[in-house]
Ligand binder design. Structure first.
Ligand SMILES: [Zn+2]
Length: 203
């Protein structure tokens, strides 16, 4: 009797352990971003259908890239109005593609108001990319919003006078990376935004 009980419990325990192991294995071998697979599953209209520039839409007319990705270990592009100074303060910032807003908040420090948007791509080697817009003056969207390419998401700011007004734009090929510091020799996880946008203009 005692032996039989032990045997039964042993079988149950093995079954439980086996289930846990197979679940872990399934998790480890599925997409790295199952969370976003779920979020985008019922929103086919919000898969990216091309990428535009975030200012002077769609081609950055009236703006120039004052500090390109890679210059001075910069991890993004700095978009400025051609008239210089704070002439672009309050100008519109547009989402570079359809996507899902994962952050729209003031992060303080050198960042100020930051927007992060995850884009499901089609026809690129990255399943998802994330765009990040920093130092915004105003935020026109909130976390959880869905946006279409070219929608106004905020305005260009100067982070309370810390800089001349400009838009710092980053592009990451993995969503939800740590915020980072805007500059680093280590560019793993980051893409050159201008290069990527030029490669993926709408058809
Ligand atoms: Zn910058």
């Amino acid at each position: 009797m005692g032996l039989n009980f032990a045997a039964v419990w042993g079988v149950l325990l093995l079954a439980l352990l086996g289930k846990t192991n197979s679940d872990n294995l399934r998790r480890a071998t599925s997409s790295k971003t199952p969370h976003y697979d779920q979020i985008f599953a019922n929103k086919p209209d919000y898969t990216a259908n091309g990428f535009d520039f975030p200012v002077g839409k769609p081609n950055a007319k009236g703006y120039y890239n004052a500090q390109k990705f890679g210059k001075n270990t910069h991890l993004g592009d700095d978009w400025n109005g051609v008239k210089g100074g704070n002439s672009d303060l309050g100008d519109s910032v547009y989402t570079i593609a359809n996507g899902y807003v994962t952050e729209a908040t003031n992060l303080g420090g050198g960042w100020g108001n930051v927007i992060r948007i995850v884009h499901k791509t089609s026809g690129t080697k990255w399943h998802y990319v994330e765009s990040l817009y920093a130092h915004c003056d105003k935020l026109n969207i909130k976390k959880g919003d869905w946006v279409k390419r070219g929608a106004q998401i905020g305005t260009i700011g100067n982070n309370g006078g810390m800089y001349y007004a400009h838009l710092h734009l980053e592009l990451r090929h993995t969503p939800d990376l740590p915020l980072g510091g805007g500059y680093s020799k280590d560019t793993s996880g980051y893409l050159d935004p201008t290069w990527f946008i030029r490669q993926h203009r709408p058809k």
